[in-house]
Ligand binder design. Sequence first.
Ligand SMILES: C[S@@+](CC[C@H](N)C(=O)[O-])C[C@H]1O[C@@H](n2cnc3c(N)ncnc32)[C@H](O)[C@@H]1O
Length: 762
Amino acid sequence: MDKFILERDGQIDFYNKFLPRINPSLKPEDLLADNNDGVLNGNLLEFKLHVTDLNAHLFQCIRYLSALRIKGKPVPANILIVDVNSSTLWLFRSKPYLKHIEVPYTGAASKGTGGFIGDDAEKVLHYDNPSDTEEVVSLLKETGYTKIHIDENCIVGWATAYYKAVPSARKEDFIGDDTGKHKTIGEIRNPVHFAEYIHPYKGQSNVKFNYLMDRLNDSLQKKNLGAFYTPEPYVKKSHELLRMAIDRVPEGNDYVIIDRCAGTGNLETGLTDEELSHCIVSTIEYYEYKVLQELLGAKVRHIIPPTESSDTFNAGLVKGSDALSKEYIEHPLIKQYVDDPNCTIILFENPPYAETTSLEHQRTGKGTQSSVWKNSYVVQEMKKEIKGSALNDLGNAFIWSGFKYYLRQSTDSFIVYSPVKYWKAQHLISKKFLYGFAFNRKHFHTNIDACVMCALWASEDADIKEFTIPGYDITPEGKLDNPVKLQIKKINKIFSTEYYDKRSFEASSEDGILIGLNGLEADDNVKKRIKPIYSDDMLGYLVADSIGFDNPDAKSSLLVAGRYNGNGFFMHKDNYLEKLPMFCASRYITYNRRWTERARIMKSADGVDKFNADVKSGKLTQFLLKCLLFTCMEMQNHMRTFSGSDGRFYRNELCLDRTNGETIALKDIKTLKTNKKEQDILKQWDTVLQWAKKTENYNSELTYGVYQIFAELDTSHTDETTGSTVWDNVELHTALAGLKALVKEYYNSEIVPTLFEYEFLK
Ligand SMILES: C[S@@+](CC[C@H](N)C(=O)[O-])C[C@H]1O[C@@H](n2cnc3c(N)ncnc32)[C@H](O)[C@@H]1O
């Protein structure tokens, strides 16, 4: 009879038997990374209840090893396949299979493993007998690795591993080569840290990695260079705009196409030799420059600097190529064309993207202060003309300086990749829009589904309020998807100036409490930015901050008292209903995650006059009640009921729990003329509450909203055997999931259209 019915039990039994002999401090779960059955020293282990086909299991292991290589992890020298029921272990070495390991595979490693034929196992051990057991112990202590070759598939993984292992390392320390004037031989060519794991890379230059140069940057460069390369299908599409610009060149004129931030020259790939002969390219990063030189140097009109000299390498950057420096703007090679009235200037650029206030930027560093580019000449000059948030975005410095220093005649053009915010909300430029496309930012070596515009602007002033562009995603086959029509509308007014309630309460004190994002009292150690106001007329605190949807949960809060870091306003009981559309609008991205929405749709107060008039006339009464229903059912409404440290009892009034008497929301919602969707939601809410009341943690003195139920009553624990999450109250968990689905549908069908109509969303 089988000893084990579950493979995992056999696996844990094996580890419990052997780990104390290898390293007593290790636990089975310490070995389980990367979706395989475990890596222990120089061994990859694969467990089976019954080994049925060694070739198939071996191939599965090869696929795991392939994944390790791609992630920049050492490839163990040994492959151990274990039959847990017969206590048998087969030893293979990985080296003979290197050719197969160095292939990238897609899909699950355990699928499609048929047809592979490997060699016989080097050894078969039966670890139910003592001498074989000792041999297994020796094997598990081995620390050998099979050296792999660096190529385009794995170099990013190894770069990440390298910068993690050597935090002070710069890009040259990783990919430096022997060509050019600056000769640092990097880790890939002369492995020191990874000497046991990788073969030296034999490629003379780094040209093979041209599409990956942005991902090989060290973290400091990532922050300051904002390099996100353009994928090829988008490059090709934007050539349509470039050719439209070339068509605008007046008869008899010469023209130049300037790309000040060319990287390794992606945007120029696929241009004809004639077009290339009009290009002037440069880039700030040294290894990009070298690849750019190798790929395009002979074809373009100019590359800056034209050749490398002994002082070109300057701490990883290229001397003289900083497009934001005065020296660059005055560079005679470019200036001769700008000064020539018979030459048309076309800028064609995907500027570096580094918005210092953005979440992704802050995650990687200290945010605003540490950005070198902010001290540049261009930004200093820009500050004289531009105020506000536009100064926080590196890409804006390129756009602004492009128009300022290069474009002069109405037939000059600027084709620029950038999220639409610079035009839509920051009003950085007011130029004539000729044509453009929307692209999915995810394909620019990021993980974010968001909209990036590639626009063709004429060097001509124009007051445009909106335009429509086709948006293209990229299919898994690497082709442009069918276009969708996307409207881009300018925004003039924002929530905080038009809609935030700035009245003070008739009677209030400053001895209340402040709340954290989770709806409970804020920790003592967080920096408090507002006064802890309390008033009997206070319904709560609403934050619907920032026009965009970066970090939506931190920018949208509904709490029983002031949020510790402010950015919102205190809601008054007398008019809270008309404030709720702001909260509803701030949830848009959560329910509309398509790439076309983020960074295109924003929050606006442009419809304020119409909205206020229609609230006054009563036309919007039912809509406001719909917003109330949504608000009561929405998980980001973090109002909770609890006793505050100020001795007051805070009750969530924006929920529909009548256990302790009517809440304000319950009183108001009576006048909602409910339709079928609303009746379904209310019914589902009853179900949620009914199950909530049966949970162990339920406190009948509290008034619960959806979030408090989720946070305090829908508890779970981890199953010790399977490692999976087990919900303590399955019915409650199910009911909450059901409610969520109804709320999402309700929001998109009943709330969103009106939010657009009144330009809360635009
Ligand atoms: C978004 S990438 C675009 C690269 C390439 N044109 C493409 O579209 O794939 C921006 C490039 O600008 C470069 N860069 C960043 N700051 C720069 C500066 N101040 N001057 C010149 N180039 C800069 C980066 O090294 C990076 O290669």
